[in-house]
Design a protein around this ligand. Structure first.
Ligand SMILES: [Cu+2]
Length: 269
């Protein structure tokens, strides 16, 4: 007679040891990769830390499943020639409560930690600068405070170590704003102003990539991002003579109550 599931004969201690060992090995392997590349904003280490926590939790869940599966396969394997049906099992209330409560705790923990991380990332420094982002099939353009809303197409300049609040206005379909080294990503939704906050921590040149399939030219919808010193940025923005075109300004004003203010003017210091 095979051992009954969850009887005293179940080798809990050995299985627990196997789970710990397997989870530790898996987590060690998965944590050894640099999944996301360079960390070039204040958000990046926080996001990567969140990812690491998820990797550890996933390793534990995966190890529990694999060890239980492996044990069941080995212990309850049918003898050769045994064509009989498996025993009808009605249910196990204790087991069902466990597999409901434990995942609920895990999911709530992940949700709570993500919330905390996002709050930290979006906490305003009081020294932030607003930049308007305009997306349309298949190009990006940008409006900057001061100088009657200076405008640049296909290239975004931002100062380093300053919190930037991007206000995003799609002109047609849904696009998404993503700079991988900054980690942050947000949809641009027509009719709604969406906001994302980032503080770049390294100067350099990056790519802004559209990550929402927005049509035929989606894969080429990119813009150059230049993170530079505050001084160099001020010089660059003051040299711009082009202003945000009227249709784009109209789109800013037509956007919904999510963020009702039009372009804000923040004086560069
Ligand atoms: Cu796209």
């Amino acid at each position: 007679m095979p051992p009954a599931l969850f009887s005293n004969r179940l080798p809990i201690a050995k299985m627990a040891a196997a789970v710990v060992a397997l989870a530790a090995i898996l987590a060690a392997i998965m944590l050894s990769f640099n999944w996301d590349g360079a960390e070039d904003s204040t958000a990046a280490p926080k996001i990567d830390n969140l990812l690491n926590i998820m990797i550890v939790l996933s390793s534990i869940v995966f190890a529990v499943v694999v060890v239980a599966l492996g044990y069941a396969l080995l212990t309850f394997r049918a003898k050769p020639g045994d064509e009989s049906d498996g025993e009808p099992i009605h249910g196990n209330t204790r087991l069902e409560i466990m597999w409901t409560v434990i995942p609920t705790i895990i999911v709530l923990f992940c949700g709570g930690w993500s919330w905390k991380t996002l709050n930290e990332i979006e906490e305003r420094t009081g020294h932030e600068m607003t930049v308007d982002v305009f997306s349309q099939q298949y190009a990006w353009s940008f409006g900057y405070p001061g100088k009657e809303y200076a405008y640049s197409q296909g290239v975004l300049h931002v100062p380093v170590n300053r919190q930037i609040v991007f206000k995003m206005h799609s002109q047609d379909v849904i696009h998404a704003f993503w700079v991988p080294q900054w980690r942050i990503k947000k949809d641009n939704v027509p009719g709604i102003t969406t906001t994302i906050v980032v503080t770049p921590t390294k100067t350099g040149t990056y790519q802004l990539i559209c990550t929402e399939l927005c049509g035929f030219g989606h894969s080429s919808m990119r813009a150059k991002v230049i993170v530079q010193s505050e001084k160099a940025f001020d010089k660059w923005v003051n040299g711009i003579t082009e202003k945000v075109p009227t249709p784009l300004m109209v789109s800013v004003k037509q956007d919904t109550e999510t963020n009702p203010e039009p372009l804000e003017r923040v004086d560069a210091e």
